[in-house]
Design a protein around this ligand. Structure first.
Ligand code: FUL
Length: 484
Protein backbone atom coordinates (compact mmCIF):
# COMPACT_ATOMS: atom_id res chain seq x y z
CA UNK A 1 0.00 0.00 0.00
CA UNK A 2 2.69 2.44 1.12
CA UNK A 3 4.73 1.52 -1.94
CA UNK A 4 1.75 2.11 -4.22
CA UNK A 5 1.25 5.61 -2.83
CA UNK A 6 4.90 6.39 -3.38
CA UNK A 7 4.64 5.12 -6.95
CA UNK A 8 1.56 7.26 -7.69
CA UNK A 9 3.17 10.40 -6.25
CA UNK A 10 6.31 9.87 -8.31
CA UNK A 11 4.21 9.28 -11.44
CA UNK A 12 2.18 12.48 -10.92
CA UNK A 13 5.38 14.43 -10.29
CA UNK A 14 6.89 13.04 -13.47
CA UNK A 15 3.82 13.87 -15.57
CA UNK A 16 3.68 17.36 -14.08
CA UNK A 17 7.34 18.05 -14.87
CA UNK A 18 6.94 16.69 -18.39
CA UNK A 19 3.86 18.76 -19.16
CA UNK A 20 5.51 21.96 -17.97
CA UNK A 21 8.36 21.41 -20.48
CA UNK A 22 5.97 20.77 -23.34
CA UNK A 23 4.67 23.97 -24.75
CA UNK A 24 1.39 24.12 -26.59
CA UNK A 25 1.08 27.89 -26.57
CA UNK A 26 2.36 30.06 -29.43
CA UNK A 27 5.70 31.78 -28.89
CA UNK A 28 5.69 35.30 -27.52
CA UNK A 29 6.36 37.88 -30.21
CA UNK A 30 10.01 38.93 -30.51
CA UNK A 31 11.05 42.59 -30.87
CA UNK A 32 8.90 45.05 -32.81
CA UNK A 33 6.06 43.55 -34.86
CA UNK A 34 3.93 44.86 -37.74
CA UNK A 35 0.65 46.67 -37.05
CA UNK A 36 -2.42 45.19 -38.75
CA UNK A 37 -2.19 47.91 -41.44
CA UNK A 38 1.47 47.01 -42.08
CA UNK A 39 0.59 43.31 -42.35
CA UNK A 40 -1.98 44.16 -45.01
CA UNK A 41 0.63 46.31 -46.76
CA UNK A 42 3.25 43.50 -46.72
CA UNK A 43 0.80 41.24 -48.49
CA UNK A 44 0.32 43.80 -51.31
CA UNK A 45 3.94 43.21 -52.44
CA UNK A 46 3.73 44.99 -55.82
CA UNK A 47 2.00 48.21 -56.88
CA UNK A 48 2.31 51.09 -59.32
CA UNK A 49 3.88 54.51 -58.96
CA UNK A 50 2.59 57.19 -61.36
CA UNK A 51 4.61 60.36 -61.94
CA UNK A 52 2.48 62.80 -63.89
CA UNK A 53 2.35 66.62 -64.06
CA UNK A 54 3.91 69.56 -65.96
CA UNK A 55 7.23 67.66 -66.16
CA UNK A 56 5.48 65.14 -68.42
CA UNK A 57 5.29 67.89 -71.05
CA UNK A 58 8.62 69.63 -70.57
CA UNK A 59 11.26 66.87 -70.53
CA UNK A 60 12.48 67.81 -67.07
CA UNK A 61 12.53 65.79 -63.86
CA UNK A 62 12.31 68.68 -61.41
CA UNK A 63 10.16 71.58 -62.58
CA UNK A 64 11.17 74.84 -60.91
CA UNK A 65 7.62 75.96 -60.15
CA UNK A 66 7.88 78.80 -62.65
CA UNK A 67 6.61 76.74 -65.58
CA UNK A 68 3.49 78.03 -67.26
CA UNK A 69 0.60 75.93 -65.89
CA UNK A 70 -0.79 75.94 -69.42
CA UNK A 71 1.82 73.34 -70.41
CA UNK A 72 -0.27 70.79 -68.56
CA UNK A 73 -2.75 69.74 -71.22
CA UNK A 74 -3.11 65.97 -71.71
CA UNK A 75 -5.02 65.37 -74.93
CA UNK A 76 -6.76 62.24 -73.80
CA UNK A 77 -6.27 61.67 -70.07
CA UNK A 78 -7.60 58.29 -69.02
CA UNK A 79 -7.06 57.21 -65.40
CA UNK A 80 -9.22 54.16 -66.07
CA UNK A 81 -6.62 53.01 -68.59
CA UNK A 82 -3.90 53.30 -65.89
CA UNK A 83 -6.05 51.33 -63.45
CA UNK A 84 -6.94 48.64 -65.95
CA UNK A 85 -3.27 48.17 -66.85
CA UNK A 86 -2.22 48.08 -63.19
CA UNK A 87 -4.86 45.48 -62.38
CA UNK A 88 -4.01 43.34 -65.41
CA UNK A 89 -0.32 43.60 -64.51
CA UNK A 90 -1.03 42.00 -61.13
CA UNK A 91 -0.44 45.20 -59.16
CA UNK A 92 -2.46 45.80 -56.03
CA UNK A 93 -2.67 49.59 -56.08
CA UNK A 94 -1.42 52.92 -57.47
CA UNK A 95 0.35 55.88 -55.85
CA UNK A 96 0.01 59.13 -57.87
CA UNK A 97 2.23 62.23 -57.62
CA UNK A 98 -0.59 64.71 -57.02
CA UNK A 99 2.00 67.42 -56.23
CA UNK A 100 5.66 67.12 -57.24
CA UNK A 101 8.49 69.53 -56.35
CA UNK A 102 7.18 72.12 -58.88
CA UNK A 103 4.18 72.55 -56.58
CA UNK A 104 1.65 71.95 -59.37
CA UNK A 105 -1.50 70.34 -57.93
CA UNK A 106 -3.40 67.74 -59.99
CA UNK A 107 -6.57 68.90 -58.23
CA UNK A 108 -7.92 72.47 -57.91
CA UNK A 109 -6.41 73.14 -54.47
CA UNK A 110 -7.52 76.21 -52.58
CA UNK A 111 -3.99 76.48 -51.14
CA UNK A 112 -2.20 76.99 -54.45
CA UNK A 113 -2.37 79.07 -57.62
CA UNK A 114 -0.40 76.51 -59.60
CA UNK A 115 -2.96 73.79 -60.33
CA UNK A 116 -5.08 72.06 -62.98
CA UNK A 117 -7.45 75.03 -62.56
CA UNK A 118 -4.82 77.33 -64.08
CA UNK A 119 -4.12 74.90 -66.94
CA UNK A 120 -5.73 74.61 -70.35
CA UNK A 121 -6.84 71.03 -69.67
CA UNK A 122 -10.65 70.80 -69.71
CA UNK A 123 -10.72 74.62 -69.66
CA UNK A 124 -9.39 74.57 -66.12
CA UNK A 125 -12.35 72.53 -64.88
CA UNK A 126 -10.61 69.13 -64.73
CA UNK A 127 -9.54 67.19 -61.64
CA UNK A 128 -7.02 64.37 -62.15
CA UNK A 129 -7.11 63.28 -58.51
CA UNK A 130 -10.88 62.83 -58.63
CA UNK A 131 -10.69 60.73 -61.80
CA UNK A 132 -7.77 58.75 -60.37
CA UNK A 133 -9.53 57.80 -57.12
CA UNK A 134 -12.72 56.85 -58.99
CA UNK A 135 -10.74 54.67 -61.43
CA UNK A 136 -8.87 52.84 -58.65
CA UNK A 137 -12.15 52.14 -56.89
CA UNK A 138 -13.73 50.89 -60.10
CA UNK A 139 -10.85 48.47 -60.71
CA UNK A 140 -10.59 47.27 -57.11
CA UNK A 141 -7.17 48.85 -56.51
CA UNK A 142 -5.77 50.49 -53.41
CA UNK A 143 -4.82 54.14 -53.97
CA UNK A 144 -2.31 56.48 -52.40
CA UNK A 145 -0.78 59.91 -52.99
CA UNK A 146 2.66 61.47 -53.22
CA UNK A 147 2.44 65.08 -52.04
CA UNK A 148 5.88 66.67 -52.20
CA UNK A 149 6.61 68.75 -49.09
CA UNK A 150 9.29 70.57 -51.10
CA UNK A 151 7.36 73.15 -53.12
CA UNK A 152 9.27 75.31 -55.60
CA UNK A 153 6.20 77.38 -56.40
CA UNK A 154 4.55 78.25 -53.11
CA UNK A 155 5.54 81.77 -51.94
CA UNK A 156 5.39 80.72 -48.26
CA UNK A 157 7.82 77.81 -48.70
CA UNK A 158 10.84 78.33 -46.45
CA UNK A 159 8.79 80.08 -43.73
CA UNK A 160 7.13 78.54 -40.64
CA UNK A 161 3.75 79.42 -42.13
CA UNK A 162 4.25 76.87 -44.90
CA UNK A 163 3.98 73.90 -42.51
CA UNK A 164 0.35 74.79 -41.76
CA UNK A 165 -0.33 75.33 -45.47
CA UNK A 166 1.14 71.93 -46.30
CA UNK A 167 -0.88 70.23 -43.53
CA UNK A 168 -4.02 71.98 -44.80
CA UNK A 169 -3.23 70.77 -48.30
CA UNK A 170 -3.03 67.19 -47.01
CA UNK A 171 -6.27 67.62 -45.07
CA UNK A 172 -7.97 69.02 -48.17
CA UNK A 173 -6.93 65.95 -50.18
CA UNK A 174 -8.10 63.52 -47.48
CA UNK A 175 -11.39 65.30 -47.00
CA UNK A 176 -12.34 65.63 -50.66
CA UNK A 177 -10.91 62.42 -52.04
CA UNK A 178 -11.80 59.78 -49.46
CA UNK A 179 -8.58 59.88 -47.45
CA UNK A 180 -10.17 57.43 -45.02
CA UNK A 181 -9.52 54.75 -47.64
CA UNK A 182 -6.09 55.81 -48.87
CA UNK A 183 -3.59 53.06 -48.23
CA UNK A 184 -0.36 55.02 -48.41
CA UNK A 185 0.93 58.56 -48.12
CA UNK A 186 4.32 59.06 -49.79
CA UNK A 187 6.45 61.70 -48.08
CA UNK A 188 9.43 62.55 -50.24
CA UNK A 189 12.63 63.45 -48.42
CA UNK A 190 13.78 66.13 -50.92
CA UNK A 191 14.09 69.54 -49.30
CA UNK A 192 15.46 72.42 -51.36
CA UNK A 193 15.50 76.18 -50.89
CA UNK A 194 12.39 78.35 -51.15
CA UNK A 195 12.12 81.76 -52.86
CA UNK A 196 13.76 83.33 -49.78
CA UNK A 197 16.76 81.02 -50.21
CA UNK A 198 15.83 79.07 -47.07
CA UNK A 199 15.15 75.39 -46.61
CA UNK A 200 11.92 74.49 -44.90
CA UNK A 201 12.09 73.14 -41.34
CA UNK A 202 9.35 70.55 -41.79
CA UNK A 203 6.91 69.86 -38.96
CA UNK A 204 6.72 66.11 -39.41
CA UNK A 205 4.69 65.59 -36.25
CA UNK A 206 1.97 67.84 -37.67
CA UNK A 207 2.05 66.13 -41.09
CA UNK A 208 1.85 62.65 -39.62
CA UNK A 209 -0.95 63.63 -37.25
CA UNK A 210 -2.92 65.08 -40.16
CA UNK A 211 -2.57 61.84 -42.11
CA UNK A 212 -3.43 59.52 -39.21
CA UNK A 213 -6.44 61.69 -38.32
CA UNK A 214 -7.84 61.02 -41.78
CA UNK A 215 -6.99 57.33 -41.61
CA UNK A 216 -5.17 55.70 -38.70
CA UNK A 217 -4.41 52.73 -40.98
CA UNK A 218 -2.67 54.81 -43.63
CA UNK A 219 0.88 53.63 -44.33
CA UNK A 220 3.18 56.64 -44.06
CA UNK A 221 6.26 56.31 -46.24
CA UNK A 222 9.40 58.38 -45.76
CA UNK A 223 13.14 57.72 -45.56
CA UNK A 224 12.55 56.56 -41.99
CA UNK A 225 8.88 55.59 -41.93
CA UNK A 226 7.05 55.58 -39.53
CA UNK A 227 5.23 52.80 -41.43
CA UNK A 228 7.56 51.93 -44.30
CA UNK A 229 10.98 53.19 -45.28
CA UNK A 230 12.96 54.05 -48.40
CA UNK A 231 15.27 51.27 -49.59
CA UNK A 232 18.22 53.65 -50.02
CA UNK A 233 18.42 53.59 -53.84
CA UNK A 234 16.14 54.09 -56.84
CA UNK A 235 17.13 50.85 -58.56
CA UNK A 236 14.74 48.41 -56.90
CA UNK A 237 17.54 46.66 -55.02
CA UNK A 238 17.11 45.72 -51.36
CA UNK A 239 20.06 44.46 -49.35
CA UNK A 240 20.65 40.71 -49.35
CA UNK A 241 20.30 41.20 -45.64
CA UNK A 242 17.12 43.12 -45.07
CA UNK A 243 15.55 43.63 -41.66
CA UNK A 244 12.09 45.17 -41.42
CA UNK A 245 13.46 46.95 -38.35
CA UNK A 246 15.13 50.33 -37.94
CA UNK A 247 16.37 52.70 -35.26
CA UNK A 248 15.14 56.21 -35.91
CA UNK A 249 16.12 58.13 -32.78
CA UNK A 250 18.22 61.14 -33.75
CA UNK A 251 17.48 60.74 -37.48
CA UNK A 252 15.23 62.64 -39.86
CA UNK A 253 14.35 62.69 -43.55
CA UNK A 254 16.46 63.76 -46.52
CA UNK A 255 19.91 64.90 -45.36
CA UNK A 256 19.18 63.81 -41.80
CA UNK A 257 18.30 60.23 -42.78
CA UNK A 258 20.47 57.24 -41.84
CA UNK A 259 23.08 56.29 -44.47
CA UNK A 260 21.64 54.68 -47.60
CA UNK A 261 23.45 51.44 -46.68
CA UNK A 262 21.54 51.32 -43.40
CA UNK A 263 18.20 51.96 -45.12
CA UNK A 264 19.13 49.23 -47.59
CA UNK A 265 19.57 46.53 -44.94
CA UNK A 266 17.52 47.76 -42.01
CA UNK A 267 18.90 46.94 -38.57
CA UNK A 268 18.88 43.65 -36.69
CA UNK A 269 18.43 45.51 -33.41
CA UNK A 270 16.04 48.14 -34.84
CA UNK A 271 13.52 49.31 -32.26
CA UNK A 272 10.72 49.92 -34.77
CA UNK A 273 8.96 47.79 -37.36
CA UNK A 274 9.72 49.82 -40.51
CA UNK A 275 9.80 47.54 -43.56
CA UNK A 276 11.35 48.62 -46.86
CA UNK A 277 9.68 49.77 -50.06
CA UNK A 278 11.76 49.71 -53.24
CA UNK A 279 10.78 52.46 -55.70
CA UNK A 280 12.12 52.25 -59.23
CA UNK A 281 11.02 53.51 -62.64
CA UNK A 282 10.33 51.37 -65.70
CA UNK A 283 12.08 54.16 -67.67
CA UNK A 284 15.33 56.02 -66.95
CA UNK A 285 13.40 59.04 -65.58
CA UNK A 286 10.44 59.29 -63.21
CA UNK A 287 8.42 61.36 -65.69
CA UNK A 288 7.52 60.45 -69.26
CA UNK A 289 9.68 61.73 -72.07
CA UNK A 290 9.56 60.72 -75.74
CA UNK A 291 13.36 60.36 -75.50
CA UNK A 292 12.93 57.31 -73.27
CA UNK A 293 10.40 55.44 -75.41
CA UNK A 294 13.15 53.05 -76.50
CA UNK A 295 14.61 52.73 -73.01
CA UNK A 296 11.79 50.93 -71.20
CA UNK A 297 13.28 48.21 -68.99
CA UNK A 298 13.38 44.69 -70.41
CA UNK A 299 11.53 41.74 -68.90
CA UNK A 300 14.84 40.33 -67.65
CA UNK A 301 15.62 43.62 -65.92
CA UNK A 302 12.15 43.66 -64.35
CA UNK A 303 12.49 40.05 -63.21
CA UNK A 304 15.83 40.91 -61.63
CA UNK A 305 14.18 43.83 -59.85
CA UNK A 306 11.40 41.53 -58.65
CA UNK A 307 13.92 39.13 -57.11
CA UNK A 308 15.95 41.93 -55.52
CA UNK A 309 12.88 43.62 -54.03
CA UNK A 310 9.95 41.28 -53.35
CA UNK A 311 12.48 38.44 -53.19
CA UNK A 312 14.40 40.29 -50.46
CA UNK A 313 11.70 41.28 -48.03
CA UNK A 314 10.72 44.60 -49.66
CA UNK A 315 7.62 45.81 -51.47
CA UNK A 316 8.06 46.85 -55.10
CA UNK A 317 6.73 50.27 -56.17
CA UNK A 318 7.22 50.31 -59.94
CA UNK A 319 6.84 53.69 -61.63
CA UNK A 320 5.02 53.72 -64.99
CA UNK A 321 4.70 57.33 -66.18
CA UNK A 322 1.79 58.24 -68.48
CA UNK A 323 2.63 60.12 -71.69
CA UNK A 324 1.53 63.52 -72.96
CA UNK A 325 -1.85 62.17 -73.93
CA UNK A 326 -2.36 61.19 -70.30
CA UNK A 327 -2.17 57.49 -71.12
CA UNK A 328 0.36 54.78 -70.40
CA UNK A 329 2.22 54.18 -73.67
CA UNK A 330 1.77 50.77 -75.27
CA UNK A 331 5.48 49.94 -74.96
CA UNK A 332 5.22 50.24 -71.14
CA UNK A 333 1.94 48.36 -70.85
CA UNK A 334 3.13 45.52 -73.09
CA UNK A 335 6.26 45.21 -70.97
CA UNK A 336 4.16 45.03 -67.80
CA UNK A 337 2.11 42.20 -69.27
CA UNK A 338 5.25 40.32 -70.37
CA UNK A 339 6.61 40.78 -66.86
CA UNK A 340 3.39 39.36 -65.42
CA UNK A 341 3.60 36.36 -67.78
CA UNK A 342 7.23 35.78 -66.81
CA UNK A 343 6.27 35.71 -63.11
CA UNK A 344 3.39 33.36 -63.83
CA UNK A 345 5.68 31.01 -65.74
CA UNK A 346 8.28 31.17 -62.99
CA UNK A 347 5.85 30.41 -60.19
CA UNK A 348 3.63 28.03 -62.17
CA UNK A 349 4.32 24.85 -60.20
CA UNK A 350 5.37 24.66 -56.58
CA UNK A 351 7.46 21.48 -56.45
CA UNK A 352 7.39 21.36 -52.65
CA UNK A 353 3.63 21.16 -52.37
CA UNK A 354 3.50 17.41 -51.64
CA UNK A 355 6.89 17.16 -49.96
CA UNK A 356 7.43 15.23 -46.74
CA UNK A 357 8.75 17.65 -44.15
CA UNK A 358 10.93 16.55 -41.23
CA UNK A 359 12.17 19.01 -38.65
CA UNK A 360 14.72 18.93 -35.86
CA UNK A 361 12.07 19.84 -33.29
CA UNK A 362 8.40 20.79 -32.97
CA UNK A 363 7.29 23.18 -30.26
CA UNK A 364 5.81 21.09 -27.45
CA UNK A 365 5.50 18.23 -29.94
CA UNK A 366 2.20 19.88 -30.76
CA UNK A 367 0.55 19.20 -34.11
CA UNK A 368 -0.38 22.88 -34.36
CA UNK A 369 3.31 23.80 -34.81
CA UNK A 370 4.42 20.89 -36.99
CA UNK A 371 6.50 20.98 -40.17
CA UNK A 372 3.37 20.23 -42.21
CA UNK A 373 2.37 23.87 -41.76
CA UNK A 374 5.22 24.84 -44.07
CA UNK A 375 3.45 23.53 -47.16
CA UNK A 376 -0.24 23.91 -46.29
CA UNK A 377 -0.72 27.23 -48.12
CA UNK A 378 -2.26 28.78 -45.00
CA UNK A 379 -0.52 32.07 -44.11
CA UNK A 380 -1.39 31.86 -40.43
CA UNK A 381 -0.17 28.35 -39.69
CA UNK A 382 3.53 27.95 -38.99
CA UNK A 383 6.26 25.63 -37.79
CA UNK A 384 8.16 26.62 -34.68
CA UNK A 385 10.32 25.18 -31.91
CA UNK A 386 10.55 25.43 -28.15
CA UNK A 387 11.53 28.83 -26.79
CA UNK A 388 15.12 27.98 -25.91
CA UNK A 389 15.93 26.72 -29.41
CA UNK A 390 17.78 29.08 -31.72
CA UNK A 391 19.25 26.67 -34.25
CA UNK A 392 17.11 24.13 -36.06
CA UNK A 393 16.73 22.35 -39.36
CA UNK A 394 13.98 21.50 -41.82
CA UNK A 395 14.30 18.71 -44.36
CA UNK A 396 12.15 18.87 -47.49
CA UNK A 397 11.85 15.41 -49.06
CA UNK A 398 10.36 15.59 -52.56
CA UNK A 399 9.95 11.79 -52.68
CA UNK A 400 11.68 11.70 -56.10
CA UNK A 401 14.41 13.74 -57.79
CA UNK A 402 13.19 17.08 -59.14
CA UNK A 403 14.98 19.97 -60.82
CA UNK A 404 14.64 23.48 -59.43
CA UNK A 405 16.45 26.81 -59.22
CA UNK A 406 14.33 28.88 -56.80
CA UNK A 407 13.58 28.54 -53.11
CA UNK A 408 10.89 30.74 -51.52
CA UNK A 409 10.78 31.10 -47.74
CA UNK A 410 8.52 33.11 -45.42
CA UNK A 411 8.90 33.89 -41.75
CA UNK A 412 5.71 34.40 -39.78
CA UNK A 413 6.37 38.09 -39.16
CA UNK A 414 3.30 38.79 -37.01
CA UNK A 415 5.59 37.32 -34.31
CA UNK A 416 8.57 39.44 -35.39
CA UNK A 417 11.57 38.95 -37.66
CA UNK A 418 14.00 36.47 -36.11
CA UNK A 419 16.17 34.52 -38.52
CA UNK A 420 19.63 36.05 -39.03
CA UNK A 421 21.57 33.26 -40.74
CA UNK A 422 20.86 29.99 -42.54
CA UNK A 423 22.33 27.62 -45.08
CA UNK A 424 20.70 25.26 -47.53
CA UNK A 425 22.18 21.91 -48.57
CA UNK A 426 20.96 19.49 -51.22
CA UNK A 427 21.29 15.73 -51.30
CA UNK A 428 23.73 14.78 -54.03
CA UNK A 429 22.05 11.74 -55.61
CA UNK A 430 25.23 10.53 -57.33
CA UNK A 431 27.61 10.71 -54.36
CA UNK A 432 25.01 10.17 -51.59
CA UNK A 433 26.05 13.10 -49.47
CA UNK A 434 24.86 16.59 -48.58
CA UNK A 435 26.33 19.37 -50.72
CA UNK A 436 26.09 23.08 -50.12
CA UNK A 437 23.51 25.00 -52.17
CA UNK A 438 23.60 28.46 -50.60
CA UNK A 439 24.11 30.55 -47.48
CA UNK A 440 22.03 33.59 -46.58
CA UNK A 441 21.09 35.84 -43.69
CA UNK A 442 17.56 37.23 -43.40
CA UNK A 443 14.15 35.99 -44.57
CA UNK A 444 11.38 38.28 -43.25
CA UNK A 445 7.98 38.44 -44.94
CA UNK A 446 9.35 36.82 -48.10
CA UNK A 447 12.72 35.67 -49.40
CA UNK A 448 13.25 34.17 -52.84
CA UNK A 449 16.67 32.64 -53.43
CA UNK A 450 18.02 31.99 -56.91
CA UNK A 451 20.71 29.41 -57.70
CA UNK A 452 21.91 27.31 -60.65
CA UNK A 453 19.41 24.47 -61.15
CA UNK A 454 19.93 21.31 -59.08
CA UNK A 455 18.30 17.91 -59.49
CA UNK A 456 17.74 16.21 -56.17
CA UNK A 457 15.14 14.48 -54.02
CA UNK A 458 15.79 16.53 -50.89
CA UNK A 459 17.10 19.74 -49.42
CA UNK A 460 17.86 20.75 -45.87
CA UNK A 461 17.48 24.24 -44.46
CA UNK A 462 19.79 24.78 -41.52
CA UNK A 463 18.88 27.75 -39.41
CA UNK A 464 22.17 28.71 -37.84
CA UNK A 465 21.29 31.97 -36.17
CA UNK A 466 17.90 33.09 -34.93
CA UNK A 467 17.32 35.88 -32.41
CA UNK A 468 14.57 33.81 -30.79
CA UNK A 469 12.98 30.46 -31.65
CA UNK A 470 12.50 30.38 -35.46
CA UNK A 471 8.95 30.71 -36.82
CA UNK A 472 8.58 29.80 -40.51
CA UNK A 473 5.27 29.56 -42.30
CA UNK A 474 6.05 28.73 -45.91
CA UNK A 475 8.49 26.86 -48.15
CA UNK A 476 8.11 26.67 -51.93
CA UNK A 477 10.40 25.38 -54.71
CA UNK A 478 10.26 26.30 -58.39
CA UNK A 479 12.05 25.64 -61.61
CA UNK A 480 12.08 29.00 -63.42
CA UNK A 481 12.09 28.33 -67.15
CA UNK A 482 14.06 31.46 -68.13
CA UNK A 483 17.67 32.23 -67.31
CA UNK A 484 18.04 33.85 -63.90
C1 FUL B 1 12.70 61.71 -55.38
C2 FUL B 1 12.24 62.88 -56.24
O1 FUL B 1 13.17 63.93 -56.18
C3 FUL B 1 12.10 62.33 -57.64
O2 FUL B 1 11.75 63.34 -58.56
C4 FUL B 1 11.05 61.23 -57.61
O3 FUL B 1 9.79 61.78 -57.30
C5 FUL B 1 11.44 60.16 -56.61
C6 FUL B 1 10.43 59.08 -56.45
O4 FUL B 1 11.68 60.73 -55.34
O5 FUL B 1 13.06 62.10 -54.12
Amino acid sequence: MKNNKFFLCTLWGFIFTLSSCVNHTPPESYGPVPKASQMKWHKMEYYMFVHFGPNTFTDVEWGDGKENPKVFNPANLDCRQWAEIARNAGMKGIILTVKHHDGFCLWPSQYSTHTVRESLWKDGKGDVLKEFVAACKEYGLEYGVYVSPWDRNHPAYGTPEYNRIYANTLAEIYQNYDGANMFEQWFDGANGEGPNGKKQEYDWTLFEQTSYEANPNMILFSDIGPDCRWIGNEKGIAGETNWARLNTAGFGRGHDAPANEVLNTGEMDGQHWIPAEADVSIRPGWFYSPFTDDKVKTVNQLMDIYFTSVGRNANLLLNVPPNREGRIASVDSLRLMEFKKARENTFAENLAVNATISVSEVRGNAKGFSGKNLTDNDYDSYWTTNDATQTAWVEVDLNEPKTFNLLLLQEYIPLGQRIAGFRVDFWNVSTNEWNSLLEATTIGYKRILRFPAVTTNKIRIDIQKSLACPVLNNIELYNAPHSL
